[in-house]
Structures are given as C-alpha cells and as structure tokens.
Design a protein around this ligand. Sequence first.
Ligand code: ZN
Length: 432
Amino acid sequence: MNTAPSDEPGLRMHSLAAELYPLCRSITGDGVRATLQRVSAEIPLALHEVPSGTAVFDWTVPEEWNIRAGWIKDPSGNTIVDFADHNLHVLGYSTPVSGRVSLTELKEHLFSLPDQPDLIPYRTSYYRKNWGFCVPHRLVESLRDGEYEVFIDSDHKAGSMTLAECFLPGETAEEVLISAHTCHPSLANDNLAGIAVAVELARHLIGVDRRLSYRFVFMPGTIGSITWLALHEEKTANIQHGLVITCAGDSGRVTYKETRDGNAPIDRAMRHVLKTSGDDHRIAPFHPYGYDERQYSSPGFNLAIGGLMRSQHGTFPEYHTSADNPDFIKPDKLADTLDKAIQAVEILEGNACYLNLKPKCEPRLGKYGLYGGAGGQRSGDFDELALLWVLNQSDGTRDLLSIAEKAGMSFRKILTAARALEGAGLLAKEAS
Ligand code: ZN
C-alpha cells in the first residue's frame, strides 16, 4: 500500500484510515494499542492502560480480549471461513473453540444478513460468553449436512483497556473535548473516519495560536468514555464545549447532533457553519442514543458535547458490515467534515463582543485604508458590507456570531472585518 504522506488533508486522512483498517480492534486488546501507536506518530498521544476489573461507576473494565486465528473447515476439510481474510469473520469477544460440530450446531453460532447476503456483518458479544462467526448469508445457504471443524484461538484474561489522550493547552483553561471511538475492527466510516478527522483537527490546532485548550480522547465506545469520566471527573470542570466525531467520511450530508440542552456555544457554532455552508445538511436534536455523547451528557456531567457526523449510525446500508470499507469513505468528504469542524472551532476561538470606538455616525473608512470604492486605498481582504455590519452592531452587547447570523454572512467574513477594524483602531474587544 502506498502511504506516502500527502499535503492534502483529505488524502492524508483517507490514507490513515486505510492503513488502520486491517487491524483487529475491539474494546480492549493489541489491535487498539497498534492503532493508537500509529496515531501517536501523527500527533502527541498519551496512552493509559486501565486494568481489567477496575470499577467505573456502575460498570467494570472487562477482561482483555485478543485473537490470533479463527476458521471453519467444511466436511471435506476445505477452509470456508478464515479470520485471516477478514477480521469481521469472528464474533467480537468470542470465546475460544476447537472441535467438530454438526451443521445444526454450527448454524447456532453463525451470524449473517439475509437481506444483504454478500456482506459480512459486524457482531460482538462483550458481556455474554459465546463463540461465533460472522459470514455472508450466501455461504450459510450453501452449507451441506455433515461435520464441520471450528477453531478460534482467542483469550480473555486480566489485562487492561487502552485509552489515549492528546492535550493541547491554550491561553485559557476553558477546554474543548474531541472524542472518537476506537473499538471497531475493520470498519472504515464507523469509526476510522472519525479517528482520522480528529487526528487532522489536532494537527491543524497544533499549528495555530489557541485561546482555548483542547483535549482529544481516543477510547472504546461506551465503556471507554464511562471509564475516562470515572477516572478524570476533576478534569470535566474545564470542559465547556465538545464534539463526538463519528461516521465522518461517507458521501451523505453532514449531520450535527445538538447537545443535551441544545443552546450551547457549540450548538450555535455548528448550526451557523452548516447554515452558511450552502450544503445540504441536517441538524438533529439530542436523543439519548448514539455514541459517547450519551455518557458525556448524562445529568451528572451534562457536558455541552454535540455530535459531528455525516450519515447517522444505522441509517446507511453499509453500517456495521464489510461494505463499510475504505472505498466507502472519500477523501473529499473527510476534508469537508474536517473543514466544518475547523470552522466551528474558529467560532469558539474567535467569538466575542466588540465595541465600536467611533460610534457616532460611520467613520470615514477611506482614511483607514478600509474603503475599496473608486479612488479608495484598500489594504486587506475583507468585505465592506461586513465592515458596516460590525461597526453598526458592535455596541458591546452583540457578539460576532450574532452579527454574522443577522447579516446572513459567514462568521469568517465577519471575523475578518472585525480584525481589520481592530487593526485600524476603530474597534476594541470587550473584556469578557
Ligand atoms: Zn458502530
């Protein structure tokens, strides 16, 4: 595979997802560690191992699961299913097995999709001990009577669950949490695309001045965020904003899932970005199902964490099947999701109330190099109407985002105008 680094974020994200795709991840185990180690080559990442058996609120960190092999041989001795071909073939957290079974017994341990007979489903059995294989339904239908040999070389033992964090300090302790789940094996949109977008967002933020601090967490879904919250409760006080990034690379429209209260700065920011994008999009109200926003938004924490995704889980036919592969995610869609996240972050960073320092009638913009009309000396790339909006509205009570909303302009345009006015001494930021 050619994984030459690219300057183009979309290609770089797709390449990272494709490279991580073959690793067999789960809620614990070496596939997660290998994934996080690869991510740590892109951004600074601190890995934490939480021992099996650790009590976390109402839950317990499970035994660590690792798998080395798994196959089924038909009555003639031909290998008809092999974990080496696709890691979705073995039920996640499957117990080991080795022996001969009848077709009837085998079928009790086969998972398939009658409606999508060529695809391998993704199934797990974390909390009920079971062994099993996931296979195309067409294969199930083709099986003839006889004795089958089944073999799964896996183990559950006291080990640990691996969580990872990338913390980027800013000028203030006010924090943005970006969360991506790491527990799915060979599935691209859900959620290697989310991991790739989070990595690229971190890379972008490393290169810019930050007012806010950022905490990126990469953890298994549900048990990972529950564990992180249980072990780091004191850190949650600074978390004022956040996004759970999932299913970030398919060709569907961007969806933003609102926070529990629906009126946080991140809600305003994402709604504005999507509305001014001109792209088809969906704003989904909060509901207590989905990904780790469920844990962050539980009433004991009530963190203002929204969900950024393209197609929502369960709404696309490739979801949780072998069709969710690297071909299903597109570099330009990954880049589009990233761009919308970056724009939302720019709003969180830059939104503030300003004060017009010459509020009595309009200042003569030409004097300040801010008027581009005939004969004017224009010195920057800004929109004149945006200048007028900012000057008119900046009485110290209206923030730039509300001005952008009122003007029907992008926040970027309004922010650029505000910076130009500030540079000309016509505008000053209100102390917050
Ligand atoms: Zn999933």
